[in-house]
Design a protein around this ligand. Structure first.
Ligand SMILES: Nc1ncnc2c1ncn2[C@@H]1O[C@H](COP(=O)(O)OP(=O)(O)OP(=O)(O)O)[C@@H](O)[C@H]1O
Ligand SMILES: [Mg+2]
Length: 232
């Protein structure tokens, strides 16, 4: 569903961060990417979703080459991004945040569509009219994922969704992501939390200085951390 072929990218021209990334995640599958700080996870998330332009290589969504499309066009092609740091609109209400996200994807947010997201994350109903900035960190993460879900994505790229969450909230996050997978959405999860990767992903890529150095079974949680942080 979402593929990258020989992807090279960086934040500034002339300073490449990614040096030829290949990945492929099918509908209903989940691929993890683990790497220490500065490995290039966010650069990869942004290049997949179109916030950054690739220097070379391509991004394919459902077989269509979307490399030349900007982030807005990719959202409309059903590729959603849950960015690092959540990036919700703090001064809008929870429901307004969902409405803006759906609008950006060119999707109608009717009562049934709203209901579906609220059933997955009941807090988004209970606090529908609260200011989004008043939510706790965990609640804001549900909202960030809810924003992606109302866009009716075929694939979602999530950038460190566990950051700042309590262990209990991470359990809830794992459960929610597994549930989303089961609806047929493809997930790419940039993470440093091995428990979450193990709970959600079939396969995990080790990203080191902008290169994939290893691919491991998601079950190999402890090994992932050892290899990511201590080189094996
Ligand atoms: N806005 C930016 N402009 C220029 N260089 C950047 C920018 N953000 C990050 N970098 C550099 O790009 C490289 C990759 O960083 P990136 O943030 O993509 O990694 P990351 O794996 O997401 O790290 P983290 O775990 O800290 O979020 C690092 O060398 C970093 O210093
Ligand atoms: Mg990052």
């Amino acid at each position: 569903m979402l593929r990258a072929v020989n992807l090279h990218a960086g934040y500034r021209s002339g300073v490449p961060v990614l040096h030829g990334i290949d990945l492929d995640v099918g509908a209903g599958a989940a691929l993890g990417v683990i790497g220490r700080n500065g490995a290039g996870k966010t650069c990869l998330a942004q290049t997949l979703t179109g916030a950054l332009r690739a220097i070379d290589g391509s991004v394919l969504l459902g077989g269509d080459d979307v490399t030349a499309k900007d982030s807005r066009a990719r959202v409309r092609a059903r590729l959603s991004h849950v960015p690092e740091g959540r990036m919700i609109f703090a001064d809008l209400s929870v429901q307004e945040n969902l409405e803006v996200a759906a609008y950006g994807a060119g999707v109608k947010l009717g009562a049934a569509e709203l209901r579906a997201v609220q059933e997955r994350f009941p807090i988004l109903e209970r606090k529908a009219h609260d200011r989004a900035g008043s939510l706790s960190g965990g609640e804001q993460q549900w909202l960030a994922i809810g924003r992606a879900l109302v866009q009716q994505p075929r694939a979602i790229v999530l950038d460190e969704p566990s950051l700042g969450l309590s262990p209990v909230a991470i359990d809830g996050l794992a459960e929610a992501l597994v549930g989303i997978r089961q609806t047929g959405v493809a997930l790419i999860l940039m993470e440093q939390n091995p428990y979450l990767l193990k709970a959600v992903c079939d396969e995990v890529l080790l990203l080191d200085q902008g290169r994939v150095t290893r691919s491991l079974d998601g079950e190999a949680g402890e090994q992932l951390v050892a290899e990511a942080y201590f080189g094996g």
